[in-house]
Design a protein around this ligand. Structure first.
Ligand code: NAI
Ligand code: MG
Length: 482
């Protein structure tokens, strides 16, 4: 009998939100202090699970970008650039430890502002963010052994623009390697998720980080554009949509600014008939329903070998019926809220296109809360390669299922995308894993697992998924004049 058919229910197990104090208003973090925007501009950030306002944050304009870049420049020239790597490392270790000590506070705040389940913010986002600071702290005094020359130099001031899907973790991916290499930073969090970056700014104060080494400017696309166009910025790091990535690349061309882009994806998760199917089903679920599918490397295209397609889809449907959607702060929640109404509209529109183009839509019975932004976990079968849902990044809890007969066909279909960020391979045969991995055009390839991250492992894409690598020794190259 199915779990859901027994009528047995979990009792609510909410994580307390008392651990975090959210101020009614936040300033910009410039030169080590919080201050309002020069023109007094503000905007609200909401909890996407309830649509309640959480706080009001400053909206940085051109004058604030000037001030933050100037603060970062002064800190670079006077303090951080000349500081021995062994000293810089101490600050990074302090930030890492503070992240661990305040982990629950960060996890609750992340789930409130972003809508992701507390289980994920607590077990993935926050520990990985701390791990990135620990990892790069270890490199700060060993840069000459990183393989980028005997005396690798930092680039200067880094302008870093990040998205809303992993707000704290993306801040850590950007800041930790930049600081370890001796750069100073101006970070622009996404407009729907500014709060954990501001708490991280508080942690920088707590760690005694010299003023101006890290600056945080809250604001929307205009603030991001002003930052990346600023002549005082030596290095741009961007994670977000391919559309904005292309604008930034065009802007940066010819300026001499070093640029790394981590953009969208439409990853193939390839299941062969000899794969352990129960395990593969867990990998499929983790691949596309983790973080509501708001994951650039999500396994959004399932390629399943025809002989096991029905068995896999059947198991997948049974598994989806057990997923729990609702309150992100409930420790039993698997699927939280969609981050914004705008993103919900995009998912809704692309899913409607899937039906209109002839694919079969399926979702388990799944009551959605009245308030907030929600989307039931959804599978499309009968998807063909030309369908929009097989080509465009949906960035939501929606899986497109395609089939293949031979490994050659799997490779051809997997590579039939303008993206190239990640891929998954599920098979019992090691030789087939290697054969596939050599042919898949993707920056990250998981075998018999999915969505696993480690600070020591480089991450990044091919083609329209961007260029440059984050994480590992490779991630240092983006911040060194190597
Ligand atoms: P976006 O690319 O507009 O936003 C990402 C960041 O860039 C935010 O901080 C935003 O304020 C900033 N930004 C926006 N316009 C800018 C500009 N002209 N110059 C500099 N910075 C700018 O992404 P959005 O609108 O939030 O999401 C749209 C779609 O993009 C999603 O549906 C998804 O498909 C994709 N996306 C992919 C991400 C990834 O991790 N690869 C992350 C976020 C979105
Ligand atoms: Mg929010």
């Amino acid at each position: 009998m199915e779990l859901t058919e027994t009528g047995w229910q979990y009792a609510p197990a909410p994580e307390s939100r008392d651990i975090v104090t959210i101020a009614p208003q936040y300033g910009l973090f410039v030169a080590g202090e919080f201050r309002p925007a020069a023109d007094g501009g503000t905007f609200a950030t909401i909890n996407p699970a309830s649509e309640d306002q959480l706080s009001v944050v400053a909206d940085a304009g051109a004058a604030d970008v000037d001030a933050a870049v100037a603060a970062a420049r002064a800190a670079y020239e006077q303090v951080w650039g000349p500081m021995p790597g062994s000293e810089r490392a101490k600050y990074l270790y302090r930030i890492a430890r503070a992240l661990q000590e305040r982990a629950r506070e960060f996890a609750v705040l992340e789930s409130l502002d972003n809508g992701k389940p507390i289980r994920e913010s607590r077990d993935v986002d926050v520990p990985l963010a701390a791990a990135h600071f620990f990892y790069y702290a270890g490199w700060a005094d060993k840069l000459e052994y990183a393989g980028y020359g005997a005396d690798p130099r930092p680039l200067g001031v880094a302008g870093q623009v990040i998205p809303w899907n992993f707000p704290l973790l993306m801040a850590a991916w950007k800041l930790a390697p930049a600081l370890a290499a001796g750069n100073t930073c101006v970070l622009k969090p996404a407009e729907t998720t500014p709060l954990t970056a501001l708490l991280l700014a508080e942690v920088c104060q707590q760690a005694g980080l010299p003023p101006g080494v890290v600056n945080v400017l809250t604001g929307a696309g205009e603030t991001g554009a002003a930052l990346v166009r600023h002549p005082g910025v030596d290095k741009i790091a961007f994670t977000g949509s391919t559309e904005v990535g292309k604008l930034i690349a065009a802007d940066a061309a010819g300026t001499g600014k070093k640029l790394t882009l981590e953009l969208g994806g439409k990853a193939a998760n390839v299941i062969f008939d000899d794969a352990p199917l129960e395990q593969a089903v867990e990998g499929i679920v983790n691949g596309i329903f983790f973080n509501q599918g708001h994951v650039c490397c999500a396994g959004s295209r399932l390629l399943v070998q025809e002989s096991v397609a029905d068995a896999v889809v059947d198991r997948l449907q049974r598994r989806l019926a057990t997923l729990r959607l609702g309150d992100p702060l409930d420790k039993n929640t698997d699927i939280g809220a969609i981050n914004s109404r705008q993103q919900l509209d995009k998912i809704t529109e692309l899913s409607a296109a899937g039906e209109a183009e002839g694919a079969q839509r399926w979702a388990p019975p799944c009551p959605l809360p009245d308030k907030g932004f929600w989307f039931a976990p959804t599978i499309f079968t009968g998807v063909s390669q030309s369908h929009r849902i097989a080509r465009e990044e949906i960035f939501g809890p929606v899986l497109s299922v395609l089939t293949f007969r031979t490994p050659e066909e799997a490779v051809a279909k997997a590579n039939n995308t303008p993206y190239g960020l990640s891929a998954g391979i599920w098979t019992d045969k090691g030789s087939r894993i290697l054969w596939m991995a050599q042919r898949l055009r993707a920056g990250v390839i998981w075998a018999n697992t999915y969505n696993r991250f480690d600070p020591a492992s480089p991450f990044g894409g091919y083609q329209e998924s961007g260029y440059g690598r984050e994480g590992g020794r490779h991630g240092l190259a983006a911040y060194l004049d190597a």
